[in-house]
Ligand binder design. Structure first.
Ligand code: NAD
Length: 489
């Protein structure tokens, strides 16, 4: 990609709020700056919504609600399908845009376009499959009808780490179900959502069905929308503390809520594991997206008998990484999202080392422009280290060891989170026991990535409520209604 490709693409990204099918500035003309985390340079300025703009976006979603709910499911699905097709045509642009605003290597950004696009295709197919039930009551005196209806206007809040997929994972099921939405992307990476809204417009989106507010005042803008009695559903992906705060706000209107929150994934390698497979899985589960994924492996729990060999092999792989701007050929590790992320990871690594961990690779920030931290491997991480308790959200692979299965399970479950676990063993019976015993919403059994549009993504414990994707995903946007009528005979 040349610099002129980047300039042209950025010029094509809208810089306004998308409300009722039109692009417009914020009412007070305020803007916010978006930066390239690999260089620290500002790449674009866009509108920063006020509380009144947020309310205007909800007005538009409410105005469009009845019309969209009455649009035949097939038509709603076909809009999503056209959006999927357009995304395939524009995939290089979306990939580059994500690399520019978020930093991930271009190949991984292409992977996100493929993954994010699948939600458009999956839910285009789910829309016509919304079904109810009809049948006699047990007493034989009446007929029971169970029907499903769009829940109503939704507010969708997305994080910065997967700018496209986190938006499509919410927008697609909402639209398929017949709901209209206001989307609020993270202020750090809002450009992909704006470009996605433009794509939806090109696919024939009716005005007001999707509205986008970008803002540097997330708190007040969101509080007003969530507190508005017309809103019926809040779907949030982000950190657990912010999710908990929003759940409190949602309690007033008793909103339907979906919460995709933080993780602290265990990655268990048993003594009988195929180490080639486990190392490949570890590299993916840990370093994809520069470690900035809710599904990122956080704690490597490795059987004592293979721990040294596992550490040696992952260190060899990490030493072969190329770190740099995600647009450069061959780069495998891009920058972190900002300098505060670098500082937080540095603190976690220092704490672990002070408590006795050994640095086998990396172990420090990289000087120079941009927000880079060296890919790191730590062994002998001691119990009580912060890095075992907190979500790392960066390229640091921390290894602890275990002796037997019970100890592995106890270590894995020793966290308040419960999003995903990874388990490596060829022993089928052991794999099945782990499915029963691990307290997480998802398990990668001999694989390092589990995400799939056809699967119910979501967590237990402090990792969240509800599921996105799969047959379950559309149900989050539907209400159930039961009707009784007298037996016609
Ligand atoms: P964050 O909680 O800081 O922000 C998420 C979103 O909430 C952003 O749009 C942000 O602008 C907004 N926000 C922040 N404060 C708010 C407030 N007071 N009121 C309303 N909105 C507010 O999280 P982040 O740093 O953007 O993302 C990283 C976190 O997201 C990690 O914890 C990660 O595990 C989690 N995550 C979870 C999933 C999942 O599916 N479970 C997926 C991706 C990321």
């Amino acid at each position: 990609m040349s610099e002129s490709d980047e300039t042209r693409l950025l010029a094509n990204v809208p810089d306004g709020l998308f409300i009722a099918g039109a692009w417009r500035p914020a009412t007070d003309s305020a803007t916010l700056a978006v930066h390239d985390p690999a260089t620290g340079r500002e790449i674009k300025r866009i509108a920063s919504a006020t509380v009144a703009d947020g309310t205007a976006a909800l007005d538009a979603a409410c105005d469009a609600a009845a019309g969209w709910a009455a649009t035949p499911a097939r038509e709603r699905g076909e809009l999503l399908r056209r959006a999927f097709d357009l995304l395939q045509q524009r995939k290089e642009e979306f990939a580059l845009l994500m690399t520019l605003e978020m930093g991930k290597p271009l190949d991984q950004a292409r992977g996100e376009v493929a993954y994010g696009g699948e939600f458009l295709r999956w839910f285009s197919e789910e829309a016509p499959r919304i079904q109810g039930r009809y049948g006699p009551n047990p007493e034989g005196t009446g007929r029971m009808i169970v029907s499903r209806h769009p829940v109503g206007p939704c507010y969708l809040i997305t994080p910065w780490n997967f700018p496209l997929a986190m938006a499509t994972r919410k927008v697609a099921p909402a639209l398929a179900a017949g709901c209209t939405v206001v989307v609020k992307p993270a202020a750090l990476t809002p450009l992909t959502t704006l470009y996605f809204a433009k794509l939806l417009q090109d696919a024939g989106l009716p005005p007001g069905v999707v509205n986008v507010v970008t803002t540097s005042a997330s708190g007040p803008v969101s509080e007003a929308i969530i507190g508005d009695p017309r809103l019926r559903k809040l779907s949030f992906t982000g950190s657990t503390p912010v999710g908990q705060k929003l759940l409190e706000q949602a309690a007033t209107g008793l909103l339907r809520t979906s919460m995709e929150l933080g993780g602290n994934a265990p990655f268990i390698v048993f003594g009988d594991a195929d180490l080639d497979r486990a190392v490949d899985g570890a590299i993916l589960a840990k370093f994809r997206n520069i470690g900035q994924a809710c599904t990122a492996a956080n704690r490597f729990i490795v059987h004592r008998g293979v721990a040294e060999e596992f550490a040696r092999r992952v260190t060899e792989r990490v030493n072969a990484f190329t770190t740099g701007r995600g647009t450069a050929e061959g780069v495998t590790i891009g920058p972190l999202i900002d300098d505060s992320a670098v500082a937080k990871i540095d603190e976690l690594v220092r704490d672990a080392v002070a408590r006795g961990a050994h640095v086998r690779a990396g172990g420090a920030p990289i000087e120079g422009p941009g927000s880079f931290y060296a890919a790191t491997v730590l062994t002998d991480v001691q119990p009580g280290s912060d890095i075992l308790r907190e979500e790392i959200f960066g390229p640091v692979l921390a290894i602890v060891t275990f002796e037997d299965e019970d100890e592995a399970v106890a270590l894995a479950n020793d966290t308040e989170y419960g999003l995903v676990s990874y388990v490596f063993t060829p022993d089928l019976a052991r794999g099945q026991r782990m499915i029963d015993r691990l307290q997480t919403g998802m398990i990668g059994l001999n694989v390092g990535v589990v995400s799939n549009a056809a699967a119910p993504f979501g967590g237990w414990k402090l990792s969240g409520l509800g599921r996105e994707g799969g047959a379950e995903g559309i149900g989050e946007y539907l209400e159930t209604k039961y009707t009784l009528t007298p037996d016609p005979a």
